[in-house]
Design a protein around this ligand. Structure first.
Ligand SMILES: C[C@](O)(CO)[C@H](O)COP(=O)(O)OP(=O)(O)OC[C@H]1O[C@@H](n2ccc(N)nc2=O)[C@H](O)[C@@H]1O
Ligand SMILES: Nc1ncnc2c1ncn2[C@@H]1O[C@H](COP(=O)(O)OP(=O)(O)OP(=O)(O)O)[C@@H](O)[C@H]1O
Length: 306
């Protein structure tokens, strides 16, 4: 049983006030792009996880846990518990999504494991667990996991786990610049709070950008490029100042939108069409401002059995 699962970029990440549980209320417009991890689930004597870079990808998997710390292992345990079976499965993860890169790679693997294990253990005409059930289980694993199950483009509120699909038209063409070494998501949220406090700002309640929704619904790439926003970007730039040079290079080289992806350090650039994306990717490669340059398009479906 093999499941393919996409990375995400956040088209709008509005970060509201910090809540009593330590999370921030968000307006989080997720967009799934064609950069995929694959997770294969096979019956085994006991739960085991192996991780490798996908063929032709140069993802550094050294920091990814292979034991119970792996989000895919946690996902398998939760599905087994819900179905009342033992989690006797070997999970083989092949990663093309950068690790700790702000593209939700760990969440993607968790979503893939949810879908794969449900198929393996709940294989009847009327499955006990629906896609909605898997998204609900996923929310306990991480705020980004439900979206990796759903895919497409969607607006997330609460911690980002309560999702509504968004209307989109056509395909958007992206170039991603990965960085050497990741950024910790809690550290980036913490830096966002620190910067706001130091500036005497109180976090406003975020609202969905009408301009962004219109651009998505009409397939207007230029409009989308102008409406991209990420409240975590100042924090990511504060923790990794070299990203400023990457963002500026992308803009100078013709990107119609440029921002840090989620908590970073991957930077995302929007191009007008596939041809411009290829030119931009070549130019960014030549500029030497990133570890790797990767092209992808969106929206694409969420975790899918292949
Ligand atoms: C930055 C994003 O990737 C944007 O989609 C997400 O908001 C982060 O999602 P994630 O990696 O699934 O994060 P989680 O595993 O749920 O939370 C990790 C940590 O990020 C911070 N966190 C996360 C989500 C949220 N709405 N507010 C937060 O403050 C908290 O410090 C939390 O302890
Ligand atoms: N299957 C997995 N793949 C990658 N990292 C994992 C996995 N399971 C657990 N982790 C841990 O999670 C950390 C964050 O990884 P991840 O790649 O999900 O970050 P991210 O893409 O920045 O996440 P997000 O965009 O959701 O904030 C890693 O450093 C690693 O220790």
């Amino acid at each position: 049983m093999t499941v393919r699962v996409p990375a995400k970029v956040n088209l709008q990440l509005g970060v509201g006030p910090i809540r009593d549980d330590g999370y921030h209320d968000l307006v989080n417009v997720f967009h799934a792009v064609s950069l995929f991890d694959e997770v294969t689930a096979e019956p085994a004597r006991e739960l085991a996880v192996s991780v490798q870079a996908a063929p032709h990808s140069r993802v550094d998997v050294a920091g990814v846990p292979t034991g119970d710390g792996n989000l895919a292992a946690k996902a398998a345990r939760l599905v087994a518990a819900r179905l009342g079976v033992q989690p006797r499965v070997a999970l083989r993860i092949r990663k093309a999504i950068p690790v700790a890169g702000g593209m939700a790679g760990g969440s993607a693997d968790a979503a893939a494991a949810l879908v794969a294990c449900a198929r393996l253990w709940d294989d009847r005409e009327q499955p006990v667990l629906s896609r909605d059930d898997l998204m609900e289980i996923g929310a306990d694993l991480g705020s980004d996991v439900p979206f990796a199950v759903l895919g497409g483009t969607a607006v997330g509120v609460g911690r980002g786990e309560r999702l509504t699909p968004a209307l989109t038209r056509g395909t958007f063409h992206w170039v991603f610049a990965t960085a050497d070494g990741g950024l910790s998501t809690p550290a980036v949220y913490g830096e966002c709070d620190r910067l706001r406090l130091a500036a005497g700002e109180t976090a406003a309640w975020p609202a969905v950008s009408a301009e962004l929704m219109t651009a998505l619904a009409t397939g207007d790439a230029k409009g989308l490029g102008g409406a991209l926003s990420n409240d975590l970007q100042p924090a990511a730039l504060s923790l990794r100042p070299s990203l400023r040079r990457t963002i500026d290079a992308g803009r100078d080289l013709g990107a119609i939108g440029a921002l840090v992806s989620g908590s970073g350090p991957t930077c995302a650039f929007l191009a007008e069409d596939a041809e411009d994306a290829a030119d931009l990717a070549d130019a960014l490669h030549g500029a030497g401002v990133a570890e790797q340059i990767v092209r992808a398009s969106g929206p694409v479906p969420g975790a899918t059995v292949i």
